[in-house]
Structure formats: C-alpha cells, structure tokens
Design a protein around this ligand. Structure first.
Ligand code: LMR
Length: 336
C-alpha cells in the first residue's frame, strides 16, 4: 500500500491503443498524477489489439520502472469486457491514424465499427457514471457511434476532443500578437475536428482585450489563422511523417482537467452532444464552448455572440458532421 492509497479510492481509467504513440505519451502523465491530481490514486486498464500486446508489455515495464506512487493497479488486455470493467473514465485513443493525403473522414469506414464494439462493452461493463473521451479519428462521429452503442449510459457522458485545436489556435494567436500563450483566453473551437472547424477569434481575448483589437489584420485572421488551425494535424503529419502524439496526449490531459475541475474565468472547447444550442443540429457531437460548475456538471456557455461570418462557418462544419453521421450510420446499420 502506498502513502496515497488510503486517502482516496482509485479512479479506474481505461485507455485504448495503450501501446500506440499517443498512449505512450499519455500513460505516464496519468500515472504521475497530472490528469487527476497529485493525491488521486489511479488504476490503469490498458487495452490493445492482439498485435499490440507485446509492445504493451514493454510499456508496462516502463510504467513500473517509474515507481509512480499513485498507481494502484495495472490491467493489460485485448478483451473489452475486462478492459472496460468498472472504469470511471474510458479514453478511446486507439484507432488507425490517417496517413499523408488522407482526411480524417476517410477513416470512417476503417474505424467506425471499432467504436460500436467499444460502446457496447462500455455500456455493459463500465460504471454507469463512466465518462468517455474519444480521440481516435474522425473523433466526433466515432464518439457518436460509441454513444449510440451504449444506450444505458447518459449521452452527456460522451465527449470528443477539440482541446488540441483550441491549444493550437491559442498558440497561433499568441505568436502573432507576440505575447505568452497564457494571455490568450476564451478561444472556443466550434464544429467538427476537421479542416472545417471554426476557431472563434472574434470572441477570443488577448491580455483581456478583444483579440481582434490586438490583431487588427482581419485578412490574416480569416485567411491564414483559421485554415492554419484547421490544417495543423495535416502539417504535422507532413513534417513528422506521423500524426501528432505528444500534443494530442497533452490535450487529453487538458480535456479531462477541463471536465473535472470547476472552470475559472475561461471557456473550453469540448465536443459534446448538442441539444440545439446556437442552432447546432440536436443529437450530433459537436465542439461547443463549455464551463463546468462547482458540482462537476458541464454546460454549454450561453450568450456568446456569433457574427454572420462565424455562424456560417459553424453551420458548414456541422453540416459536415450530419453528412459523416449519414455515411457512418448507413455503413454500420445504426439509426439516428
Ligand atoms: C490531429 O489533429 O493532429 C489529429 O487529429 C491527427 C490527424 O489526423 O490530424
């Protein structure tokens, strides 16, 4: 028994694709306490497909060699009924990543069915309070597939990740304005985690002032900033020869933190199930500005003013999500 284990009961976290590149960057941050806090014990359920089980053994050796005092248990498995058993969080990271020349939506047919099986297993074996964060692309639609496959788990417990895009957008604005990135706040990414996403520079703040008054070059904001954020994943694949891993893992940590801690003074981008806020189609999983209250409940921030330009960008991205849903659900025989 370690010095923490008697204080709080462990949070059990499942991670799929645990031996993959994102998994490798993520597990050590969960185990060290960066995700759930420095006094919160964690139990890890590491899930891999059969060919990943051998490399996963090596990852577990390294986890053990870190002697993280917060880790109470490590389970490795390719059996979803074991992997999702009694988990509090399911981080669905594993999926076939896109290669050069592909869009994330090209992965629909390849990855979609994986999320049916994972959703069903989460439904049957996880705690009813489980929260599910989908990272594997196309993450919005994969999260929707998992949600539909888990009818006993409330829809509000399914999320997909656009915090990576929020972080990218903040960094781009900070560089342009010549300020530290921590000065950029209230920057929400709307829509799909795809090139159509809309990073809302019009409501963002830089050093507490409107970003558009600090960066008055509107042509740059519309024609350089927005596409740069939307295409950042592709730029990384082209430069690295592999898709983002460390920054994606970092955004997983940020997203979980955004969802478990009361939000102070900022807003965050998380893909959640829409109930029609801001004219978004109800029932899809789309990126919206959220805040979490003192009781740990998230809600979409209301009262944000979107210009006609912003509304058209958000609508176009959500149209794309409706199309992805139509294609994926058609292929998988799911109904909306
Ligand atoms: C990213 O945005 O870096 C990831 O979604 C990977 C990708 O395919 O772009």
């Amino acid at each position: 028994m370690n010095r923490f284990s008697s204080a709080k009961s462990p949070i059990r976290v499942a991670v799929t694709g645990a031996a993959g590149n994102i998994g490798y960057a993520l597990l050590f941050r969960i185990a060290s306490g960066q995700m759930f806090g420095p006094d919160q014990p964690v139990a890890l359920n590491l899930i891999e497909i059969e060919p990943g089980m051998k490399p996963l053994e090596g990852v577990v050796m390294e986890l053990k060699d870190c002697a993280f005092p917060l880790v109470t248990d490590i389970v490795t498995t390719s059996d979803l009924s074991v992997g999702f058993k009694d988990v509090d969080w399911a981080l669905l990271v594993g999926s076939v990543p896109r290669k050069k020349g592909m869009e994330r939506a090209d992965l629909l047919g390849i990855n979609g069915k994986v999320f049916v099986g994972q959703g069903q297993a989460i439904n049957d074996y996880a705690k009813p309070s489980v929260r599910v964060l989908v990272v594997g692309n196309p993450c919005n639609t994969n999260a929707l597939i998992a949600m539909k496959s888990a009818p006993d788990i409330p829809d509000t417990q399914f999320f997909a990740m656009t915090r990576l895009d929020e972080n990218r957008a903040k960094s781009q604005l900070a560089d342009k304005a010549g300020v530290p990135v921590g000065q950029v706040t209230e920057l929400c990414v709307w829509g799909n985690h795809s090139p159509s996403m809309y990073p809302d520079f019009e409501n963002a703040k830089i050093s507490r002032q409107k970003a558009t008054s600090v960066i008055s070059d509107e042509a740059w904001l519309r024609d350089t900033f927005v596409p740069t954020v939307g295409q950042r994943g592709k730029a990384i694949i082209e430069a690295r020869g592999a898709s983002s891993a460390a920054s994606a893992a970092n955004a997983v940590v940020d997203t979980v933190q955004d969802l478990i801690k009361p939000t102070r003074g900022d807003i965050h981008s998380v893909c959640v199930v829409s109930s029609g806020q801001y004219g978004t189609p109800a029932g899809i999983i789309t990126s919206l500005p959220i805040r979490v209250d003192g009781a740990g409940k998230w809600r979409v921030v209301d009262g944000i003013k979107l210009s006609d330009y912003a509304k058209s960008k958000v609508a176009a991205s959500n149209e794309e999500l409706l199309e992805e849903r139509k294609v994926a659900f058609g292929q998988l025989g799911l109904s909306f």
